[in-house]
Each structure stands twice: as C-alpha cells, then as structure tokens.
Ligand binder design. Structure first.
Ligand SMILES: Cc1ncc(C[n+]2csc(CCOP(=O)(O)OP(=O)(O)O)c2C)c(N)n1
Ligand SMILES: [Mg+2]
Length: 278
C-alpha cells in the first residue's frame, strides 16, 4: 500500500502538470475544475479500481468511467494519455482546430472516452444505462460517474438518482466533486443543494463523505463502494477547485478561476507549486 500510495501521489502530480500545461498551451479550458478531481481520477485509472486496457478500449468487460462534468476534460485526457490510449504529446493539441482532444470529451473521436459530455446533468443517466446493460448482459463491470456539485442543480440528476435506487444498482458509483464553486460563484449561493449526502441517502443510496484531495481517503472510499450490495453508492468528494496551485490562485485573487487557463507567465510558478505538493 505504501509503495502504491507513493506511486499514486507522484502520478497525481504528473496529471496536474499535464492539466496546467495543456490548458496554458490552448489558451482556454478549465484547469481548476480538473485539478479538484485529480486524486479521484488518478485513483480510478492507476489505483487498480478501473479494470481497463488502453490497447482494447472497447473491451466489453471493461469498467466504465463517465466524466459528466465534461468541462474537466483535461484531467480525463491526462489520465487517458498516461494510460496509453493515445500518444501523450497529443494532449498539447487541446482545443486546437481539428484535434480530437476537444474542449469537451468526444467519444467518437478519442479512444477511452466513454461518453460525450459537457452539457451538464446527463452523465449519471448514461451511467445507469451502462449499469443496467451489465445486468442484462450478465457482466460484472462497474460504472463510475463523476459530476460537479454545481452540476447537481440539473434536475435530470435527481430522476437518475431515483432510478438508480429503484433498480438497486450496486454496480454504479457516483462521485460528486464537491469543490464548492460553480461557474458564476459559490455553488451554495447559486442554488443551495445541501445536504448533498442527505439527499442521496434519502433517495436510497449508500453515501460517503470524504476529503477527495486526500489519496488515502479516496482509495478507502472506492474500496467501500465496491463492497456495497443492493444499492448504488454516492461519494461526496470534498475538494478544492484548483487543488495543487491554490497559493498561486490566491495570489491572483480568484480561487474559483472557472474556465480560465493560467497565462504563460505563471506556468513555471504553477509547476513549481505542483511539484512541491503544497
Ligand atoms: C446544461 C449546461 N448548463 C450550463 C453549462 C455551462 N457550465 C459549464 S461549467 C459550469 C459550472 C459547473 O459547476 P460544477 O458542476 O460545480 O463544476 P466545477 O467546474 O466546479 O468542477 C456551467 C454552468 C453547461 N456546460 N451545461
Ligand atoms: Mg463545482
């Protein structure tokens, strides 16, 4: 576990570097939304949770990861590229005309992308489709979905939450990236969805609340989710938007930093902060 933990922490740093580099190169994109989700995505792809094979992206028995908060595509692209789904240097073509590394994930253009997302609120429903299909096909793959906290303002999530509980989908795990911000400000101010864990519990889900920027807690939560029987699991992952470069974002006076790339002149400072692991 200790070795694995060190390797995962190093991997998370490497993913953060990719996120910052590719969005700065693109001159657009959502680094802060990607940075908050880094531990969870790293644990899924590199911590032994996601059964997957980059050389066989359509393997029917693979586990699925659906990034419902599709604007955080850079964290997904970094994980996919570092897993070998496509050449690593392609991440630097993010958002360039003609590139399959689009601003939001496009399942028709990039191997390893399970769902085309970006229109918020749809990923959990798509995940339910996969989870039900596994049951019909008598397969044991697991489906993971990540939404944002602001994304939960979309009503479709709550239809999905009711349906997943009705069908007892213990092969489905939702991770809510609870970074307390959405596009226009604090998530609670735009539309207060507290208590998120209480709502999912009331809908009939097994619920956990964790520090989602603590790799150990993420690993434990994913282990626990796998052990749940008869109901879906929701992990409310308490994170910081921009985790890894928070000092820099504070200096810049914007700890939401939604949909903004770091200007080139701050890139070295950001990479140094990521390396130091503050
Ligand atoms: C249906 C829909 N409405 C609005 C948007 C525009 N939008 C993009 S990101 C975002 C905020 C999302 O906040 P949150 O889910 O908390 O994600 P975070 O960036 O904080 O991780 C919004 C409103 C969208 N992509 N889709
Ligand atoms: Mg948010």
């Amino acid at each position: 576990m200790a070795n694995n933990l060190d390797a995962l922490l190093a991997r998370a740093k490497s993913i953060r570097e990719d996120i910052v580099r590719m969005t700065t190169e693109a001159g657009s994109g959502h680094p802060s939304s990607s940075l908050s989700a880094t531990e969870v995505v790293t644990a899924l792809y590199f911590g032994g949770f996601l059964r997957h094979d980059s050389k066989n992206p359509h393997w029917p028995d693979r586990d699925r990861f659906i990034l419902s908060k599709g604007h955080a595509a850079p964290v997904l692209y970094a994980a996919l590229a570092q897993s070998g789904y496509f050449p690593h240097d392609e991440i630097m073509t993010l958002r360039k005309t003609g590139s399959p590394v689009e601003g939001h994930p496009n399942m028709k253009r990039l191997p390893g992308v399970e769902a085309s997302t970006g229109s918020l609120g749809q990923g959990l429903s798509i995940g339910i489709g996969h989870a039900l299909a596994a049951r019909v096909d008598r397969k044991d793959y697991h489906t993971y979905v990540m939404t944002g906290d602001g994304e939960l303002d979309e009503g479709q999530n709550w239809e999905a939450a009711a349906a997943a509980a009705k069908f007892g989908l213990d092969n489905l795990t939702l991770i809510v990236d609870r970074n307390h911000f959405q596009q226009t400000g604090p998530a609670e101010e735009v539309l207060n969805m507290d208590p998120i864990d209480g709502k999912f519990t009331a809908f009939g889900w097994k619920t956990q609340v964790i520090n989602g920027n603590d790799m150990r807690e993420v690993l434990t939560a994913l282990d626990r989710a796998n052990a749940v029987k008869g109901m879906p699991t929701c992990i409310v992952s308490l994170t910081h938007k921009g985790q890894g470069i928070l000092n820099l974002l504070r200096k810049l006076g914007d700890t939401n930093f939604h949909g903004k790339p770091l200007p080139l002149k701050y890139l070295d400072e950001a990479l140094a902060e990521i390396a130091a692991g503050v």
